[in-house]
Every structure is written in structure tokens, then in C-alpha cells.
Design a protein around this ligand. Structure first.
Ligand code: NAD
Length: 550
């Protein structure tokens, strides 16, 4: 269907550091979005019919293109978000590392597995991983490259075709991804990039696809989940965060202050797992705050297109983000919080900010701020630190600082989050085999590693064997007249004490003996034989099961 240029919404490319409008792209219409899902569904049999090795070969071509285009990619990401080229390069590095690892392990992680045969001694049982069909990947703007491509690669490796909807806020990176993927003709029929905002995303969800992988805010997660429920479309939701950092009394204070500040300010604080709340033990509170203020003051704000720029922090990515940050800081200050450094902005460049005297009544400690703000609270004991960290609607990630790893791990295990990193911040997201995701309002499901790949598949159970054999105990139990045998077998196999295991056998033997007094030798022989058979089969079964136990 042809749509006139006027009927389309145009999405502008804006550099938030300079305000420069450097291009635009036409958003898809809802009809085009839905047609994309239909076309990718038609392409699904051809892609899912390939072996994993064949899919890996195509994705290795993508890997080669990404490396060749590295400088082109960082230029666009930096222009689109204002972040330094080196930070843009980290997005490419994480993406390539992830792709490389997924290609290496896909065949192993998706292999067919044999499971124990239960009562069916003469059959074999397998679990295979089947792709869903068309996977829809909906992405945010804060890491417009590294949050689009890894789930897209996972979905493809698992055998799905993919529709990707990048964020409208960073549409230039979305357009770049479309160009990069088009450079691998072998992949082109099996992936489509559809541009536009929430309305286009909603049209794609309604299409419907066969699986949805959403990375975005909790509010969008709820809207998408409601819409997905209409079609019972399964989904993964990687949503917002309000990550806590706990600095225990035995922590390396200088390292905690330096890398905690990095976790708060990296990417101008626009990281789902940024350090958004800091809890520090009373005994080290004063030196920690002083060193955090020093770390914040040392950060340089600015933007340059050069490969090596002297800046650590770029601008917030768009006005809405600045509005949120200002609202949260103003709310905290109105309730008695103090800004020790920062708190001001120049255009979209917001100064790295350290705040104290904050409480959980303030937005800055409750809602996702997504800005370069480090609010710090003190705690008297570890129980209080854990209680404060868990006193949040979110449950994405957290960090714990201590020189004693066992001590830190003990605290980490009490935190209601999908992951915890000890003596560092954010870094574990970049480890390809670590499953990443949250709980509570941070969503559900995991990306990365084996779990991330497998989420794009559903288990297919396959039972293989000859027709039921007369002597197979499972066959015998289907036929009437074997109550005693079934009961004896069940007790023998599943009894939890020797007495419970042998109870029906003993009862059958007693019954046989009683009947023997009435001299019906034929029936005695039959009962004893049934009990003996049950015992023999059960012991064979038990022996077989214990051999299989890992
Ligand atoms: P957002 O929720 O505004 O948008 C995310 C995506 O959803 C965009 O592509 C948007 O166009 C699309 N969308 C919006 N409404 C839709 C609808 N009704 N149907 C379908 N799609 C729709 O989020 P954002 O502002 O782009 O990203 C920031 C948020 O993402 C933050 O909350 C951040 O914490 C979260 N995030 C989470 C993770 C994680 O791994 N958990 C990673 C990065 C970002």
C-alpha cells in the first residue's frame, strides 16, 4: 500500500548536545507495521528451517560488518545521544562480545536434551527448543545500540524472524542499525526495522507477533503487557530500576566513592542499573561523602565528535529527561535534602550531583530519576541497610561494598533484585554469559547467556519408541485388573522408608498365605508371582533411575 509523504509522521534526528537537527526518518504507519509482522511470519519457515550452524554463519557476517563499521557506528551514536565516542564504543564492544559468545554457544545451549524415561523403560524422551515465530524487539533510547541488537541476535539465533522497533528518541541509531543489517543480504529477508514511537509499537504488539521482548519503562511495560494479554502473546519485560549501593563498614571507602560515583554518573545517569540510591555505614559516612563529592567535581561535562574527547559526561538525551531530573531534585530539596555539589544545568548538560539528608519520602529515593544524581543516606546496622535497599518498588540490580567477599555475599543474598555486583557497579551487564533482568516493577525474564537465548524458544517435548510392549510395566498398568500390582509398584518406587516401600508386598504375601490355608494353590501362586514381579520391576526401575541421577 502506498502512503503519501504528508500522511507519515517524520521522526527528527536531534543532537542533544548541540540541538542540531541532522536528519529525519518517516515513521511506519500502523498498517505498514502490521504488514511487517505478516511478512516476517511468512519468512519464518525458511529461517527456522536452517541449522544453528547456518544461522551462526549469517550472524558472523553481521559481526564482521559491525567491526568494520565501528567508527561509523560510534559517530552516529554520539551524534544521536551526545555521549562521548568512547562510551559509544563501549556499546559496540558489549554488542560484539555478546554476539561472539552467543554464536560460540548457541548450538550447545539449544541442543536437544534427553530426559529420564520415568516408568516407560522402553521409550526415550527428548526436549527440543523451538523458536516462537516472529519476535518483536522494542528498545529504549539510553543505549540505543546495545539494547537493540543483543536481543535481536538472541531471537535470530534461536530461529525466530525479528521485527525491531528502536526508540523514536534515538531514531538516527535505529536508521543506522537498519543500514548495517541490510549489508548482510543473507539476513535481509528475516529481519525488519520498523521506525516510530509508541503508536507504532502498539500497532506491532497488536499485529500480533509470537513473542515480545520489551526494554523500557515500567509504565510502558504495563501497557504492552495488557495489550499482549489480548492475544496471549508471551513476553519478556526489562523495565526500570532504582538500584541501591550498600557500603559496609569494612569497605574500601576510596574505591566505593570513586566507582559508586561512576555508577551514578556514567551515561549521564541514564542507565537502568545506575546507582540511584547510596546507603553508607555510619562509621565511614563522612569520608565516603567527602570522596564522592570530590569524584563528582572531577567529572568533565561536554561534547565532542573526536574519538578521544576529554569529557566523561554528555547531555541528558532529551528535554523530558531534564524535566524529570529537575522535578526529583526540587522535591528532595523542598523536603530538606542538601545538594553538596551539582544541581544545575546548562541546556541538557546536568551537573554531576551529590545529595545528602535524603529520605524515602522523597521522589529521588523512590522513582526512577535517570540522571546524574547520587543521593546518599547513612545506616546504623546491616539489617537497616538491607531494609532500606529493599524498600523500593523496583528490583533490578544492586551493589555491595566490603573487603570481605563472604560478608558482602551474605548481604547480597538478602536483596530483592535480579543481580548484585560486589565491589563494583554496572559492570556485570557487559558480561555476555550473565543473565540480566529484574523482579518487582523492574520486570521479569532474563537477557544474555543461556537463559537469554532460550527465552526466545519454547520447549518441545518428543517421546520416541516402539508401540507399547506387553511386558513393559507401564503397559501392564494401562490394562484393568492390576490394582495390587500398581499399588505395590508405587510404594516400592516412591516409599520414603523401607517399611513404606515393602508394605503392599508384605500385605500381598500375608493375603496369599491366608488363602493358602484354603488350599487354592493356583491363586496363591498368582498373587505371590504378581508381588514378585512388582518387586523385580520396581528394583529394576529404581536401579535405572539412580543410574541416571546426576
Ligand atoms: P519507554 O517505555 O518510554 O519506551 C521504550 C520503548 O517502548 C520505545 O521504543 C517506545 O517507542 C516503545 N513504546 C512506548 N509505548 C508503547 C506502546 N504502547 N506499545 C509498544 N511500544 C511502546 O522507555 P524509554 O524512556 O525509551 O527508556 C527508558 C526506560 O527503559 C527506563 O525506565 C529504563 O530503566 C528502562 N531500561 C531498562 C533496561 C533493563 O534492562 N531493565 C535497560 C535499559 C533501559
Amino acid at each position: 500500500m502506498q502512503i503519501s509523504a504528508e500522511a507519515r509522521t517524520l521522526v527528527a534526528f536531534i543532537n542533544p548536545a548541540t540541538g542540531e537537527n541532522f536528519g529525519q526518518i518517516a515513521a511506519a504507519t500502523p498498517a505498514e507495521a502490521q504488514a511487517a509482522v505478516r511478512e516476517l511470519r511468512a519468512a519464518f519457515p525458511a529461517w527456522s528451517g536452517r541449522t544453528i550452524a547456518q544461522r551462526v554463519a549469517v550472524l558472523r557476517e553481521v559481526q564482521r560488518e559491525l567491526l568494520d563499521a565501528c567508527d561509523e557506528i560510534t559517530a552516529v551514536i554520539s551524534q544521536d545521544t551526545g555521549k562521548p565516542r568512547q562510551d559509544a564504543l563501549l556499546e559496540v564492544l558489549v554488542t560484539v562480545d555478546f554476539l561472539n559468545e552467543a554464536c560460540r554457544h548457541a548450538a550447545h545451549w539449544l541442543r536437544r536434551e534427553r530426559v529420564a524415561s520415568g516408568l516407560y523403560i522402553f521409550k526415550q524422551f527428548f526436549v527440543e527448543r523451538r523458536p516462537y515465530g516472529v519476535a518483536l524487539v522494542i528498545a529504549p533510547w539510553n543505549y540505543p545500540f546495545a539494547l537493540c541488537l543483543p536481543p535481536l541476535f538472541e531471537a535470530l539465533l534461536a530461529g525466530n524472524t525479528v521485527v525491531l522497533k528502536p526508540s523514536e528518541v534515538t531514531a538516527a541509531t535505529g536508521a543506522l542499525i537498519e543500514r548495517l543489517l541490510a549489508r548482510v543480504p543473507a539476513l535481509a529477508p528475516f529481519v525488519r526495522v520498523v521506525h516510530g514511537g509508541g503508536a507504532v509499537g502498539a500497532a506491532l504488539v497488536a499485529a500480533p507477533p509470537d513473542f515480545i521482548f520489551l526494554t523500557g519503562s515500567t509504565a510502558t511495560g504495563k501497557v504492552v503487557m495488557r495489550a499482549a494479554a489480548e492475544q496471549l502473546t508471551p513476553m519478556t519485560a526489562e523495565l526500570g530500576g532504582k538500584d541501591a549501593m550498600i557500603v559496609l563498614a569494612d569497605a574500601d571507602v576510596a574505591a566505593a566513592a570513586e566507582w559508586g560515583a561512576w555508577g551514578s554518573f556514567f551515561n549521564a545517569g541514564q542507565t537502568c542499573m545506575a546507582v540511584e540510591r547510596v546507603y553508607v555505614a555510619d562509621s565511614i559516612y563522612e569520608p565516603f561523602v567527602a570522596q564522592a563529592v570530590a569524584a563528582a567535581s572531577a567529572q568533565r561535562l561536554g561534547h565532542s565528535a573526536a574519538l578521544d574527547a576529554p569529557y566523561q559526561i554528555g547531555p541528558l538525551t532529551y528535554q523530558q529527561q531534564l524535566d524529570t531530573v529537575e522535578r526529583h531534585v526540587a522535591d528532595a530539596v523542598a523536603q530538606g535534602a542538601r545538594v553538596l555539589t551539582g544541581g544545575k544545568h546548562n541546556g541538557l548538560f546536568y551537573e554531576p550531583t551529590v545529595m545528602v539528608d535524603v529520605t524515602h519520602a522523597m521522589l529521588i529515593m523512590q522513582a526512577e530519576t535517570f540522571g546524574p544524581i547520587m543521593p546518599i543516606m547513612r545506616f546504623a546496622d546491616e539489617a537497616e541497610a538491607v531494609r532500606l535497599a529493599n524498600d523500593s518498588a523496583f528490583g533490578l540490580s544492586a551493589s555491595v561494598w566490603s573487603r570481605d567477599h563472604a560478608h558482602a555475599e551474605a548481604v547480597a543474598r538478602q536483596l530483592q533484585t535480579g543481580s548484585v555486583i560486589i565491589n563494583d557497579t554496572i559492570a556485570h551487564f557487559g558480561v555476555p554469559q550473565m543473565p540480566f533482568g529484574g523482579q518487582k516493577d523492574s520486570g521479569f525474564g532474563r537477557t544474555h547467556g543461556r537463559d537469554g537465548l532460550r527465552q526466545f524458544t519454547q520447549p518441545f517435548a518428543l517421546a520416541v519408541g516402539a508401540p507399547p510392549q506387553a511386558l513393559d510395566v507401564a503397559t501392564l498398568l494401562r490394562r484393568p485388573g492390576h490394582y495390587a500390582l500398581a499399588s505395590a509398584l508405587m510404594h516400592l518406587v516412591f516409599g520414603v522408608t523401607p517399611e513404606q516401600r515393602l508394605k503392599p508386598v508384605v500385605a500381598a504375601a500375608r493375603q496369599a498365605a491366608d488363602k493358602a490355608k484354603r488350599v487354592d494353590l493356583r491363586r496363591v501362586a498368582l498373587s505371590a508371582g504378581a508381588a514378585g514381579l512388582a518387586a523385580a520391576l520396581a528394583f529394576a526401575f529404581i536401579a535405572r533411575r539412580s543410574r541416571r541421577r546426576p
